[in-house]
Design a protein around this ligand. Structure first.
Ligand SMILES: Cc1ncc(COP(=O)(O)O)c(C=O)c1O
Length: 385
């Protein structure tokens, strides 16, 4: 009876929290969706072209990537068994880590179960109580969570504001970690990495750059010339799942002992590692594929009267949450999926359709998207919001 009462109490507690979220329009839900090759998705019996996914090279459905995963599953099984510290070093992981490190000009890299886990592992391994973290206001939620988890004092600098970052780095601290992203996930703009690197050097700070949205997608690519350590993901341009930290030898060795999301978490499954490695090989041998997403974004912006994009991610600003949802629904009626992003993921009043272009999008669909958006919602320049 007591057990039943507690169960009901838990249910009431969660229901009350859900009600609060609903009042704030922050309750989230998924939509049953089937993803197919070529950015084709099926939702509620409707076939659409997906302009919201991060599968920017279209590698999640590449036949060679699928074959690599199938072969690895047949040979090594579908699970790692335990943390790599316990079940040992599989033959696949280190080879992928070597290629990832090479791609960034780093001495070593270390795989994690996601980009989220990579950030959550590395930041608290590096800094803690008595140290400071100076972080861009638009940094991804997992970087903010990692900063909080570390116990260091957190100073948030205004987005891409070098002077503000400098000011905060001048505050007393034992060790200092400066954190930003190469390409910002919701806006597609870039951090001024060379200035931030100089500022970090001048203030005895390390610069951590999260390259989740920059890696493998056009130029300029982030390397160890831009940052002291880089985190990245296998889940976006590489089309699979997983994350990595790239940096100097001793950093990676430290992570083996101190990154809790590494030490206490099961290693990536062999098919996932093999898929990511094949995806890396394809990205390395097909630079034209890597350039296409940004080129398509540029074509879209020209057709939609927007300034040239800084990357393959283009926000179509609408402002009002309800209007963003209406715009999304109108596009869906035309067979195009562009998901509305609202607060708290982005600041209130800046609701947008976040468009993410992929190497496997058809030019005709990109042109149709631009035409439809121009017809249905006014163009709002990012600089005017
Ligand atoms: C900048 C950034 N870092 C990290 C992540 C998390 O990566 P993953 O999806 O591999 O966990 C994301 C995901 O959206 C991201 O945008």
């Amino acid at each position: 009876m007591h057990m039943e009462a507690r169960r009901m109490d838990l249910e009431r507690h969660c229901a009350a929290k859900l009600d609060e979220l609903a009042v704030r329009h922050q309750r989230r839900a998924t939509v049953p969706t089937v993803r197919r090759a070529g950015m084709v998705v099926e939702r509620a019996g409707r076939v659409m072209i997906d302009f919201s996914s991060n599968d920017s090279l279209g590698l999640s459905h590449h036949p060679e990537v699928i074959a690599a995963a199938q072969q690895a599953a047949a040979e090594y099984g579908v699970g790692a068994g335990a943390s790599r510290l316990v079940s040992g070093e599989g033959v696949l992981a280190r080879a992928l880590e070597d290629d990832l490190a090479r791609s960034k000009g780093a001495a070593r890299s270390l795989l994690f179960s996601s980009g989220y886990a990579a950030n959550l592992g590395v930041v608290p391994a590096l800094v803690g109580i008595g140290d400071s973290i100076v972080i861009d206001a638009w940094a991804h939620a997992c970087l903010m969570s990692a900063a909080k988890l570390s116990g260091a004092v957190i100073h948030v600098f205004r987005h891409n504001d070098i002077d503000h970052a400098k000011q905060l780095l001048s505050l007393p601290a034992n060790k200092r970690l400066l954190i930003t992203e190469s390409v910002f996930s919701m806006d597609g703009d870039r951090a001024p990495l060379s200035s931030l690197r100089t500022v970090a050097d001048d203030h005895d700070a390390w610069l951590l750059v999260d390259d989740a949205h920059g890696a493998w997608v056009g130029q300029p690519t982030t390397t160890m010339n831009d940052a002291h350590l880089i985190t990245t993901t296998l889940s976006k341009a590489l089309g699979g799942l997983g994350g990595a930290v790239c940096g100097p030898e001793a950093l990676i060795e430290l992570l083996w002992s101190r990154a809790r999301t590494q030490v206490y978490s099961t290693g990536l499954p062999p098919p996932v590692i093999a898929a990511a490695h094949q995806a890396v090989r394809i990205a390395m041998r097909e630079p034209d594929r890597c350039r296409l997403p940004w080129q398509l974004a540029a074509r879209f912006c020209a057709a939609a009267d927007l300034p040239p994009p800084a990357s393959h991610i283009v926000p179509w600003f609408i402002g009002d949450d309800a209007a963003a949802m209406t715009a999304m629904t109108k596009l869906q009626d035309e067979g195009l999926l562009a998901v509305a992003i609202r607060a708290p993921t982005v600041p209130a009043g800046t609701a947008r359709l976040r468009l993410s272009f992929s190497a496997v999008h058809q030019v005709s669909d990109v042109d149709r998207l631009a035409g439809l958006l121009r017809l249905t919602t006014p163009v709002v320049d990012a600089t005017k919001r």
